[in-house]
Design a protein. Structure first.
Lengths: 289, 434
């Protein structure tokens, strides 16, 4: 039985015209929520809601509605990208290693370009092997201007020069890629803070977006990542990548509950078109289909 | 107030029974905490459940070590079981016959390319002639990434060309075969386990190379996708072992434990950073402290076990036979005097009447016990009338009082035996940890 079939089964039993929920049903629901990476604490909270609600719900439609509503209510609704009063709007992409920052930059650049916006792509990852080459290939495919320095260069200098370049060429959006780093690495997190400071110094109010890129396949560590990155940088949004995986990314609920950071996009593949604007309905589709 | 008393009573009774056998409620109570710890470490819920059942079976009825509390005893069983699952010692990758190939597979971004070069470096340092083979023609600059890292380590890399992934695989294999390398390390493109086409392609690639070892590379942040990732890669491609990357962060890596649990494939190495030297042999014991998040607790248990091996052994054996010493009795009495509201409690404590609850009385009993020799305390049956006189004199009490104490001690012992068997009504009313 698929995950959502099991969930339907559970919801069915919520209506008293059918049969009542027994301990095994609650246990099954608990398992389902844990499988969706909600984590043990949020799972117990949800279970408690159902315990309280058990008798009031009359049929499966109401039960589904109840769950959808609860889940939707705990998600921050669709939220558009912040735009600078005077261009360029600077978007900084950050996150732990291999989550999909570089690919997401390419996708967001493509998304903006399709809307007729001018975009400059900058690679402030001067650490990882071929990080620059990777992003350059995407920029070339998109036919967009690109700036990046060889390995060992100063990432803050890339950002500085990119801002100059964007201004002089009247470019509306500057997308900045950074090297993946563990949130526990204080030196590397300092470097990232410095990159952000350089941006704000050079252009007041920027970056307009500091976007944390999270892998949908992750478990509860994603919460630690969000917590630390938010504390160090002040995040404005989240991108959940690899959402084409069957993983449900339930950690998003915990993150939004604790930190109230909106999800802006979902990555659903490795191609340029594989980007969805976030909405609670799209996110919840995986749960209830 | 009542809650306070109940919990105090439970505490006492836990003390009284803590040297006995683990009962099901007790085990369940501690297992609950352990289950949460495992879930918080991203161990898959179905693995947590299966594991929890195993521990329960082992634990219920097991004797508690003298130097441990029941909680610690349960953790000890958990640790022993986990060590049993993961293996006592590291199982390093050992390749003895050459030429041979190693192939790395896994989800996107898990760390395959980086780990390929780390591995190549390890074998190069052992004097092997290693070739890196890039098969990822899909991700932009994947080949450049491999080439750069290989060149930095002075390891040759073959970045073939081909219309498609399979042609690339064939030409790469030919190159490897024709150039007399000892070891080929194959970097494959990342893919989702549900992508039937790409999984099929990987299976064919594996057939072309027939690698000695196929390794599934896992990101330590992986969540509950672990189970289907492990199952699908095993079913559709097949792998021999695991490497867990990015353990330099604070992810626990429970996914690797889950996949090991369902496939039995050993975890060979861990990645602890982005640099090429950041590859370590997997150590089950260190990994377990990380997963359980109970480093200190595990050390304590180890200490207790060691101590037990020498001096405590006799004492343990004696207590297991139900032989409680007067020193144990004294400890219990002291526990009582330390608590307030003793009058409310005493009637409920087996073997002690309200009058005796009087603190002064307890003080006198203490004096009596302290006037005994260690042998007398351990084996009160040797206390004859001449010894009683000496003890009474030494403690400033009377022979009558010494007799009283010894009688109470006998009753206490009997009640304790009953308590262990669970036949005492008291235990039903105040079920431990319930
Ligand atoms: N299936 C899938 N794969 C993705 C998605 N986004 C990125 N990837 C893949 O994930 C891998 C890593 O992506 P990158 O964009 O290089 O990740 P990164 O965060 O820039 O990595 P570092 O810079 O090394 O930290 C690549 O193989 C991407 O093709 C997505 O939405 N779905
Ligand atoms: N902190 C840390 N980063 C690591 C470790 N292993 C790999 N990385 C980083 O993780 C990111 C992804 O590593 P890759 O080797 O490119 O991963 P991959 O599996 O080849 O990725 P795809 O080919 O896109 O599927 C890079 O930024 C690596 O530097 C590790 O043990 N610790
Ligand atoms: Mg990148
Ligand atoms: Mg790779």
């Amino acid at each position: 039985m698929s995950w959502s079939a099991k969930l339907r089964n559970f919801l069915q039993k919520l209506s008293p015209s059918q049969f009542k929920l027994g301990p095994q049903d609650y246990e099954m629901f608990r398992t389902l929520m844990l499988e969706a990476d909600f984590g043990p604490y949020l799972t117990e909270e949800l279970l408690e809601l159902f315990r309280q609600k058990n008798l009031e719900i009359k049929n499966i439609d109401e039960a589904t509605m109840f769950l959808t509503q609860k889940l939707r209510d705990s998600l921050i609704p669709q939220s558009s990208l912040n735009i600078a009063d005077t261009p360029p709007s600077v978007y900084l992409f950050v996150g732990v290693n291999g989550t999909g920052k570089t690919t997401s930059i390419a996708k967001v650049a493509h998304y903006l370009k399709k809307k007729g916006k001018s975009v400059l792509i900058a690679c402030a990852d001067t650490f990882r092997a071929a990080a620059r080459e990777q992003l350059k290939i995407w920029a070339d495919r998109l036919n967009l201007p690109f700036i990046g320095y060889p390995i060992g260069g100063d990432p803050a200098a890339v950002v500085f020069d990119a801002l100059e370049g964007a201004r002089s060429r009247n470019i509306e959006f500057l997308l900045v890629d950074t090297a993946g780093r563990q949130h526990t690495d204080t030196n590397l997190m300092e470097e990232l803070k410095k990159i952000k400071r350089v941006i704000s110094k050079k252009k007041e109010g920027s970056p307009e977006e500091t976007l944390l890129v999270l892998d949908a396949n992750a478990g509860l560590n994603a919460i630690n990542q969000a917590r630390s990155y938010h504390e160090d940088l002040g995040l404005t949004g989240i991108i959940v990548t690899k959402f084409d995986s069957p993983a449900k990314a339930g950690f998003v609920f915990a993150i939004q509950k604790e930190l109230s950071i909106p999800v802006k996009f979902l990555g659903v593949g490795e191609g340029l078109e594989d980007l969805l604007e976030f909405s609670p309905d799209i996110f919840l589709k995986k749960f209830l289909s | 107030m009542f809650d306070f008393l109940t919990s105090k009573l439970q505490e006492i009774f836990r003390k009284l029974t803590s040297r006995g056998k683990l009962n099901p409620e007790e085990v369940e109570q501690y297992l609950k905490e352990i289950r949460v710890a495992l879930l918080a470490a991203d161990v898959h819920v179905s693995v947590v459940k299966a594991f929890s059942e195993r521990v329960k079976e082992k634990a219920v009825g097991q004797e508690v070590l003298d130097s441990l509390t029941p909680g610690q005893q349960v953790i000890k069983i958990v640790r022993d079981e986990l060590i049993g699952i993961l293996g006592e010692k590291p199982e390093p990758l050992s390749i003895t016959a050459f030429p041979a190939c190693i192939m790395l597979i896994g989800l996107q971004g898990s760390g395959k390319t980086t780990t390929c070069v780390k591995l190549a470096r390890t074998f190069k340092n052992q004097g092997k002639h290693v070739l890196l083979l890039g098969l990822d023609a899909k991700r932009p600059a994947a080949m450049e990434q491999l080439a750069y890292l290989a060149q930095k380590e002075g390891i040759p890399a073959y970045l073939g060309e081909g219309k498609d992934a399979l042609e690339l695989a064939r030409t790469s294999f030919q190159y490897f075969k024709n150039h007399g390398f000892d070891l080929g390390i194959i970097d494959t493109a990342g893919r989702l386990h549900i992508d039937q086409d790409l999984m099929g392609e990987l299976e064919t690639t594996k057939k072309i190379f027939n690698p000695r070892e196929t390794i599934l590379v896992l990101d330590s942040t992986l969540g509950h996708a672990s189970l289907s990732v492990g199952q699908e890669f095993q079913r559709l491609v097949g792998f021999d072992s695991l490497i867990l990357t990015k353990l330099d962060g604070d992810a626990k890596g429970g996914a690797a434990l889950s996949i090991h649990f369902i496939t039995g494939k050993p975890i060979r190495f861990i990645g602890t950073g982005e640099k090429m030297e950041d590859l370590e042999v997997f150590h089950p014991d260190r990994f377990l402290s990380r997963i359980l998040g109970m480093g200190d607790m595990l050390t304590l248990i180890e200490k207790a076990e060691k101590a037990l091996a020498v001096s405590d052994k006799e004492k343990l054996e004696r207590q297991l036979k139900g032989r409680i010493s007067l020193t144990d009795f004294l400890e219990q009495l002291e526990g009582l005097t330390r608590m307030g509201s003793i009058k409310d409690l005493i009637p409920k404590i087996p073997g002690v009447t309200p009058q005796e609850a009087d603190k002064k009385m307890l003080a006198r009993w203490k004096a009596i016990i302290l006037s005994m020799t260690p042998e007398e305390r351990d084996a009160p049956e040797i206390i004859n009338s001449s010894r009683k006189k000496r003890i009474a004199l030494g403690s400033g009490t009377s022979v009558h009082e010494v007799n009283m104490l010894l009688k109470r001690f006998d009753q206490f012992k009997n009640l304790l035996k009953q308590a262990k068997k669970g036949t005492l009504p008291f235990l039903k009313n105040y079920s431990i940890g319930g």
